[in-house]
Design a protein around this ligand. Structure first.
Ligand code: SF4
Length: 505
């Protein structure tokens, strides 16, 4: 309870600390891996028209925990007040029964976060609640704005006072400074002024809004819980896997460039931006989204299995077993095994109780690295030629450790297959990628990478193969910038993004 920020609940409010003051005990230290996977930074949920909206949002966030484990928050509204509680850590650790009981109202928005822009302090946890000229607004945002430096400077010249270092607050400040007469017009006006990736949910005292950026980088879906005795509950979530826990029925995706408003009178929608080509993040299908989600109108499980099948068509070698690097390589490995006719075995076991971060008792614990997380099943691997399937190689250090681990367990040959093309360029749209200089594929040939990771052979899925696997006839157009270096928005350097965040410290 000591690390919660509470806003809008009389008698319970906690002071909002400045970022410099925030020190969260037991949270930072170091990561388990020195070569972590690329990380998504957010999942969002919104609920309209449910007597226990906070608990429904909690369940939705619980299902989206894989999209961010650093902080979480829930804001609720009951027509007159707007309360907000957020904290550092996992959803279930923050929102105990006691905390959920403080959040009243039949509307709620929620957020789970891994930060990219703005520091990682509690202050920047979301939802962000701002008392603006347009009234109280809470916002939760998945994605990353790319023109925030310019927009922030302009707003500050016009007198805006930022409460956080998060880029999401820029959208609220733009709404507050908009000259449009109605709130919905002001929101549309502000969304037209920002560039980059944003799937957002917003809430006032009596309305919920949901919107996606014109290119549709990040997913956002709408669902419905049918209530026989009254108006239906309308639900929004980053991924449809959240609907299953809520027993909501998937209705449709929020479209790129669409702004949806939900009031007690029902759902209305407008297209606030048109004519910009879709570029949804293909890496959602490769790694981020759960296989039981349908995003960009396509099941992730189907895409991943097809990636594995396509890998066989492109680069199969003779072997005895297909082994996934769990968990993210599992679905592609199933596809690989089905297409190649080779047996699929869990030759590496993941310890699910190792968190993303942990407190190191001593520095030497760090040397355990991947061993803390994965352990080989020696009797499966011994004397076998192994096809190891993983979803990406970022710096190469983790892949090398895994290849060594499989070989040390007795494998005769280790052939690594990657279910996407080489990652050669960083992402500016909400994915935490290392700089180009640290991306192994940006600076080395595939043969050099193979030698570094010590595999007998290495093959990546081709770009055409990936696009084919993620299309499935749905006609989606994807962002592939991290594989090509060709960005769908104006090119920005990460250095351009960070100073705006640093400016208010
Ligand atoms: S650059 Fe890569 S990770 Fe980023 S949005 Fe595009 S496809 Fe996704």
């Amino acid at each position: 309870m000591s690390h919660l920020l509470i806003e809008g609940i009389p008698g319970e409010e906690t002071r909002v600390p400045h970022p410099d003051e925030v020190r969260v005990e037991g949270h930072t230290s170091s990561t388990v891996e020195d070569d972590p996977k690329l990380r998504e930074e957010c999942g969002v949920v919104a609920i309209h028209g449910h007597p226990d909206a906070a608990r429904q949002t909690y369940l939705g966030l619980y299902a989206l925990q894989h999209r961010g484990q650093e902080s979480a928050g829930i804001a609720t509204a009951d027509g007159t007040s707007l309360s907000n509680i957020k904290g550092m850590g996992l959803v279930a650790d923050i929102f105990t029964e006691e905390v959920l009981a403080k959040l009243n109202g039949n509307m709620a928005i929620g957020h789970t976060r891994y930060s990219t822009t703005g520091d990682s302090a509690l202050l920047n946890a979301q939802p962000i609640r701002v008392d603006s000229t347009k009234g109280l607004i809470a916002i939760a945002h998945n994605g990353n704005l790319v023109n925030l430096g310019n927009v922030r400077a302009k707003l500050e010249r016009e007198g805006a006072f930022f409460q956080t270092t998060s880029d999401s607050e820029i959208i609220v400040q733009l709404i507050a400074h908009s000259r449009e007469g109605t709130l919905v017009d002001a929101i549309a006006d502000s969304l037209r002024q920002v560039d980059g990736a944003f799937s957002i949910v917003m809430m006032t005292r009596d309305r919920i809004f949901a919107a996606r950026d014109p290119r549709g980088f990040r997913p956002l879906s709408m669902g419905r819980i049918t209530n026989p005795d009254g108006p239906d509950t309308i639900v929004f979530a980053s991924e449809t896997c959240a609907f299953d826990l809520l027993r909501a029925k998937f209705e449709r995706d929020v479209q790129p460039g669409e702004l949806v408003m939900v009031t007690r009178d029902g759902v209305t929608s407008r297209q606030y931006s048109t004519g910009i080509p879709q570029s949804s993040c293909i890496f959602e299908h490769v790694y981020f989204a759960r296989p039981d989600s349908k995003i960009f109108n396509r099941w992730v499980q189907e895409s991943r299995e097809e990636m594995g099948r396509q890998l066989v068509r492109e680069s199969h070698v003779d072997a005895d077993l297909v082994v996934p690097v769990p968990d993210s390589g599992v679905t592609a490995a199933i596809g690989y095994a089905a297409e190649s006719g080779l047996p699929f075995r869990f030759g590496l076991i993941r310890n699910h109780y190792v968190g993303r971060t942990f407190i190191e008792p001593e520095q030497r614990v760090r040397d355990f690295g991947v061993k803390l997380k994965l352990n080989p099943v020696r009797n499966l691997l011994e004397g076998k030629r192994i096809i190891l399937v993983d979803d990406s190689i970022i710096r190469g250090t983790t892949s090398r450790k895994i290849v060594r681990m499989v070989r040390a367990a007795g494998a005769k040959e280790v052939h690594l297959r990657i279910s996407c093309p080489p990652t050669i360029s960083p992402c500016f749209y909400g994915v935490d990628t290392p700089r180009k200089k640290d991306l192994i594929a940006a600076n080395n040939s595939i043969e050099e990478i193979r030698r570094y990771i010590e595999a007998d052979s290495l093959a990546y899925l081709s770009l055409e193969g990936l696009q084919k696997a993620c299309d499935g006839g749905e006609g989606n157009r994807y962002c592939i910038a991290c594989y090509t270096g060709d960005y769908p928005t104006q090119w920005v350097d990460v250095e351009d993004i960070l100073p705006a965040a640093a400016a208010v410290r």
